[in-house]
Design a protein around this ligand. Sequence first.
Ligand SMILES: C[S@@+](CC[C@H](N)C(=O)[O-])C[C@H]1O[C@@H](n2cnc3c(N)ncnc32)[C@H](O)[C@@H]1O
Length: 386
Amino acid sequence: MTPAARVAAAIAVLDDWRDGMAAEQALTRWARGARYAGSKDRAAVRDHVYDVLRRAESCARMGGGRTGRALLLGLLQLQGADPAQVFTGLGHAPPPLTAAEAAPPAAPPPADCDVPAWLRAPLAAAVDAPDALFASFSERAPLWLRVNRRRGTPAEVIASLASDGVAARATPLCATALEVTEGARALRRAAAYLGGQVEPQDLSVQRAIARVDWPKTGRILDYCAGGGGKALALADRSAARLFAHDADPRRMADLGPRAERAGVEIVQLATSDLQRVGPFDAVLCDVPCSGSGTWRRDPEAKWRLTPARLDKLKATQDAILDAAVPMVRPGGHLVYMTCSLLEVENQARIAAFLARHPGWALRHQALDTPLTASDGFFCALLTRSE
Ligand SMILES: C[S@@+](CC[C@H](N)C(=O)[O-])C[C@H]1O[C@@H](n2cnc3c(N)ncnc32)[C@H](O)[C@@H]1O
């Protein structure tokens, strides 16, 4: 596909999105009907779509509307490209620009227009430099890997990845984290990935896991395990026996193969097993949240979040913490994590928990943001009195 044909494809996908289809679904639908598109074409179309979703309001204002065509026109203007070179009508390119579309673009709108208005103040309160945070939401998130130290040192992993076309570098911010600087799309074919030496995991998540003083022995439960990313990272930090649970066990489908690749054992538990197997020395609750810390990766989420949905998430977070209490042995740890930047999902949930549960103490809580590490990620460690 030519670059202009990729833009035309992204316009069609964004029209479906504007009509209410989820972006992933719209991309899949387009790809099914575009058998001629190679992997580079699919990646380029996806990049255009996600670049728009991160800055949908800016693109609409620049492009003069909310159709896929207007959004892509706005994106090209924001990127400083010449839309007339793309909107040519030649081959599979989008039709030529109208006179109105060809007029010189306006100045770019302020970055905060791409943050829903009701969330600007609560997000600003989470950081020292709100404008820098809002600007960061327009950028693509870097890809971070976690080195599985059972399988190699960071230096060995960097060398192995390089031989498969993936450039990665270490960071002083976390001993296990590598940032992929080139060749991200080759990762899933790289020997280091297939051999369990690395797993994709954001830098901020790795820092949160590293901050907690996990029990070195005994038993740890990952209560909201999903695909098991946190449980796998924990296996690198503690010799405790690891257990995983999720209210929706189908979400743990990948955990078995991932654990096998990493060379670790994680026992999956059904909800009905918990009482019999517990209590645990530590219980990790990586709860459902707004995902406001990961909007660079999942920009659709910021346009979907509503005050009512946020209230429902807060109630779920409280209910999960309460359900975890009887699973922690006296003197044990309860670890609370979200990928949210919002105080109401983080510090406020911990304060409410402490008010409901005398006999628990807060040991530490910390928030990383795109300004201090990578994703927004919150972690609190609570301990139960003996
Ligand atoms: C943020 S995700 C967890 C991600 C996972 N820890 C990882 O690292 O990939 C939250 C998970 O909580 C699960 N969940 C939702 N309500 C729950 C509940 N009441 N009890 C346990 N798990 C729940 C969801 O099914 C979802 O998989």
